[in-house]
Design a protein around this ligand. Structure first.
Ligand code: MSP
Length: 503
C-alpha cells in the first residue's frame, strides 16, 4: 500500500478552538478520507503547540504552572477533533517525551553540521506571533500583523539561514508544486530573494520550552520546536528505520499567516540536517465573520461547537469546503450558510434521496427493483456519471481543489435530479411498471455511488445513505464505484437527511 502523510499545524493551546482551527483540520480530514478510499495508507496528524512565551504568559495569568495549564487546555483541541469527526491517526503534544527527544536530536544534527552558532540577539519580538521582526518591518510600533512587539536583548543561538538562500530558491524553482497556491509561492520566492538573515533559535529570558542540549540556560525557539512535531510523529527520535516509512510528508496544510515558517525556515532546517523535504506546503485563506475580520477584541470569534450544534456537523463541513475556492479567503455568513443548506443539501441531495428511496419503499416492496437487463442509454448516462468523474475528482484532490471536487459531485447530483424529473417514474406506476423499475434501479445505483463519493466530505450522511442501501462496509471504496447494486437488496427506512432551515 502507498503511504500518504498529511498534517495540520499544531494549535496554540492558549486559544480556544475557533473556526480557523476547524477549517484547517477539516480540509486535512477531507483529503485523508479521500486518499484512504483511493487505497492509500494515510497517516493524518494533528496536535497542540504547547511551549513558548505566549503559553507561559497565559499560564501565569491563570496563576498555574505551565504544565498544568497545557494539560488542561490541550483537551479542548482533542475534543474538537471528535466534534468535527476527524479521522486523524495521531494527536501530538509538544510536551511529550518523544518530541523533546526529537527536537534535541535535530538540534544536535544542526550543530554538528555547522549550522548553529552562539551570539547575541537584539531586536523586536512579537509574543502573539512568536516571531522576530526586523526594524524595517515595524510600522507605527507594531509588527506587520498588528501585534505588539517588545525589544529583546539576550544571548542567543543562531541558525545560519543566510547560507540557505540560494539552495532554497533553487529548490522552489525545481519543485513548482512545493508551495501552493501559486500566488503564495510567488510571495515566498520574492521574500527569499529579498535576502535572508540568520535566525535566532534560542531564548534565555523565560524557560517554558525544550532545553538546548548541553546549554541549559537556553530553550529552543518555539517555532523550531513546533515545526519538528512533523518528524517526531514520524518517529524521528527512534533509532529504527520507521522514520523513512512516513517521512517526507505529502502535505503540510497551513493558513497563509504561517506560510513563511513552513516554506522558508522548515525546509532550510531540514536541508541543513540532511533530511528530505515535505512534498507540498499548501496555504489556505482566512475566514471573516459577516464581512469582518475575526478577532477576540471585537468579540466575533466563531465557536465551531456552537455552529455545529445549531446547524449540524455535515452541514458545516459542507459549507466550509464548498463555499470558498480553496486557497482564497472566505466569508462566514449565516444567510449564505442557510441558503447552501436549503438548496444544495436539503433540496438537491436530500430530496433526490427522499424521493427515490420512499418511492422504492412504497412501490418496490422495500427492495432494490429489478432492471431485467433493460437499461437504456439515458439510464446508463446516469449510472456512469461517477465512473466518468472519478479521475477528475482524484486530480482535484491532489491539487487541493476541494471546492471544485465538491462542485463536480453536486453537478452529478443535479444531473440525477434532472433525470428523475424528465423520466417521471411516478407516472409509470400503472402504465409501465417495468420501465419504472429500471428508472428506480438507475437512481438507487446512482445514490450508492454518490454515497461512496460523499464519504470524505459529509461522512455521517454518506454512511446513512450507504447503510440504508445495505451496502457492505467493505464495499465502500473507489474500487467499488463500478460495482452494480444487486436487485432485491432490502432498503432500510429512509430518514430525512437534511431538514430545511427557516431563516
Ligand atoms: N502554533 C502555530 C502553528 C505551528 S505549526 C508547526 C499556530 N497556531 S494557531 O493556533 O495560531 O493557528 C493555527 C491555524 O489556524 C493556522 O493555520 C491559521 O492560519 C489558522 N487560522 C487562524 N485564524 C483563522 C481564520 N480566521 N481563518 C482561517 N484560518 C485561520 O499558528
Amino acid at each position: 500500500m502507498k503511504n500518504f502523510y498529511i498534517t495540520t499545524p499544531i494549535y496554540y493551546v492558549n486559544d480556544v478552538p475557533h473556526i480557523g482551527h476547524a477549517y484547517t483540520s477539516l480540509a486535512c480530514d477531507v483529503i485523508s478520507r479521500f486518499k484512504r478510499l483511493d487505497g492509500y495508507d494515510v497517516f493524518f496528524l494533528t496536535g497542540t503547540d504547547e511551549h513558548g512565551q505566549k503559553v507561559e504568559k497565559a499560564a501565569k495569568n491563570k496563576d498555574i504552572k505551565p504544565i498544568d495549564f497545557v494539560n488542561n487546555v490541550s483537551s479542548n483541541f482533542r475534543n474538537l477533533s471528535k466534534t468535527l469527526n476527524l479521522s486523524n491517526n495521531d494527536f501530538i503534544r509538544t510536551t511529550e517525551q518523544r518530541h523533546l527527544e526529537s527536537c534535541q536530536k535535530l538540534w544536535k544534527k544542526l550543530l554538528e553540521s555547522g549550522n548553529i552558532y552562539l551570539d547575541k540577539y537584539s531586536g523586536w519580538y512579537s509574543v502573539r506571533d512568536e516571531a522576530f521582526f526586523g526594524e524595517n518591518e515595524i510600522q507605527n510600533g507594531l509588527a506587520p500583523t498588528g501585534a505588539k512587539v517588545e525589544w529583546v536583548e539576550e544571548p542567543s543561538y543562531f541558525f545560519k539561514l543566510s547560507d540557505w538562500q540560494d539552495r532554497l530558491l533553487a529548490f522552489y524553482r525545481e519543485n513548482e508544486g512545493f508551495i501552493l497556491p501559486k500566488t503564495r509561492r510567488n510571495e515566498v520566492i520574492s521574500f527569499v530573494e529579498g535576502g535572508l538573515k540568520d535566525l535566532s533559535i534560542s531564548r534565555t529570558s523565560f524557560n517554558w520550552g525544550v532545553k538546548v542540549p548541553n546549554d541549559e540556560n537556553h530553550i529552543m525557539y518555539v517555532w523550531l520546536d513546533a515545526l519538528t512535531n512533523y518528524i517526531t510523529a514520524a518517529n524521528y527520535n527512534s533509532n529504527n528505520n520507521d522514520f523513512s516509512k512516513l517521512w517526507p510528508a505529502d502535505i503540510h496544510m497551513v493558513g497563509k499567516d504561517i506560510l513563511r515558517f513552513h516554506a522558508v525556515y522548515w525546509p532550510a532546517f531540514l536541508m541543513a540536517a540532511d533530511l528530505p523535504l515535505p512534498k507540498r506546503i499548501f496555504a489556505h485563506g482566512w475566514w471573516t465573520n459577516e464581512g469582518e475580520k475575526i478577532s477576540k477584541s471585537v468579540g466575533n470569534v466563531i465557536d465551531p461547537i456552537t455552529i455545529i450544534n445549531d446547524f449540524g456537523l455535515d452541514q458545516i463541513r459542507y459549507f466550509l469546503i464548498r463555499e470558498v475556492p480553496f486557497g482564497n479567503d472566505g466569508d462566514f455568513s449565516k444567510n449564505q450558510l442557510i441558503l447552501r443548506i436549503n438548496s444544495d443539501l436539503a433540496n438537491n441531495l436530500g430530496n433526490l434521496y427522499q424521493r427515490v428511496i420512499s418511492f422504492s419503499f412504497k412501490f418496490c416492496n422495500q427492495m432494490v427493483p429489478n432492471h431485467n437487463n433493460n437499461i437504456q442509454d439515458e439510464d446508463l448516462k446516469v449510472i456512469e456519471l461517477f465512473s466518468k468523474s472519478i479521475n477528475i475528482l482524484k486530480k482535484q484532490i491532489d491539487e487541493q481543489k476541494l471546492d471544485e471536487c465538491i462542485k463536480l459531485i453536486w453537478k452529478n447530483i443535479t444531473e440525477a435530479n434532472k433525470y428523475i424529473d424528465t423520466q417521471a417514474p411516478w407516472s409509470l406506476k400503472d402504465k409501465n411498471p417495468e420501465r419504472m423499475s429500471v428508472i428506480l434501479y438507475t437512481l438507487i445505483e446512482f445514490l450508492r455511488q454518490a454515497g461512496i463519493m460523499l464519504q470524505p466530505f459529509i461522512p455521517d450522511t454518506a454512511e446513512k445513505i450507504l447503510d440504508s442501501l445495505s451496502i457492505n462496509i467493505n464495499k465502500r471504496t473507489f474500487e467499488n464505484i463500478d460495482d452494480r447494486i444487486s436487485p432485491n437488496i432490502v432498503i432500510n427506512k429512509p430518514e430525512v437527511l437534511f431538514p430545511r432551515i427557516d431563516n
